[in-house]
Design a protein around this ligand. Structure first.
Ligand SMILES: Nc1nc2c(ncn2[C@@H]2O[C@H](COP(=O)(O)OP(=O)(O)OP(=O)(O)O)[C@@H](O)[C@H]2O)c(=O)[nH]1
Ligand SMILES: C[C@H](OP(=O)(O)O)C(=O)O
Length: 207
């Protein structure tokens, strides 16, 4: 099955602007992407990275500046009809994801497999249904459930903390240091971030 990892290469992770400079947001994006590419590769798939701009990556990158919806919907229209195996899309901001998490995404033999994000997004999916389309942003998991239902797709959801944890805002950075030892965790540690306790909650601080 074709496994696409879309990534924003030009001005990524703007919601981390309060804690990371533009160059740092780009480097951190590259580190998270490397973790996702590692997990997909370890699970036996060849990730097809599609970035809005050139970006450092362990595998070849296709540059395509389209937004997520036109990009992914075009891929769904061209791939899922021609290839019975279907299409998988795994976001690039999931540095906690492991081989096992990716394998869980591929395990169900359903028309559509959705991996919800903790914030209501859709962190990954598999589609084997020719009419399933995406509508990202906002609480997209609800939109994707509805779209799958409307086209009559048998749908299952993967309940995986590692797939569900996308890194969007500064409070998410603690998750990386707590639960990962990959490239993104290394990058944060090298940049001076460490875990600290604030009012009984684990947060990150920077030296
Ligand atoms: N190819 C491609 N990937 C995108 C695009 N927008 C977002 N992504 C990727 O899709 C995933 C989810 O993106 P978001 O978290 O919504 O966006 P972001 O640009 O990374 O971060 P924010 O600027 O904070 O919204 C991340 O892996 C992004 O790199 C796009 O227009 N094209
Ligand atoms: C692309 C978007 O990501 P989020 O903005 O939820 O991180 C979504 O999953 O719909």
């Amino acid at each position: 099955m074709r496994v696409v990892v879309p990534v924003s290469g030009s001005d990524p992770k703007t919601r981390l602007s309060a804690v990371l400079s533009p160059d740092e947001r780009r480097e951190f994006t590259e580190a998270m992407l490397a973790d996702v590419v590692d997990a997909v590769t370890a699970a036996g798939h060849e990730p097809d990275v599609i970035s809005t701009a050139p970006i450092d990556c362990p595998v070849p990158v296709t540059v395509d500046d389209r937004g997520l919806d036109p990009l992914v919907n075009d891929l769904l229209a061209s791939t899922v009809t021609a290839d019975e195996d279907g299409l998988a899309v795994v976001m690039a901001d999931l540095p906690l994801v492991t081989q096992e998490g990716i394998e869980r995404l591929f395990a169900p033999d359903a028309d559509v497999v959705l991996a919800p994000g903790l914030d209501g997004g859709t962190n990954a999916f598999v589609s084997r249904h020719p009419e399933f389309r995406v509508d990202y942003h906002g609480a997209s998991i609800r939109d994707h459930r509805r779209i799958a239902r409307d086209v009559g797709a048998e749908t299952v959801e993967v309940d995986s903390r590692r797939l569900a944890t996308d890194i969007d805002q500064s409070s998410d950075l603690a998750e990386v240091l707590l639960h990962s030892d990959g490239a993104a965790a290394d990058w944060l540690a090298d940049a001076g971030f460490s875990l600290s306790l604030t009012d009984g909650r684990v947060t990150v601080s920077r030296e």
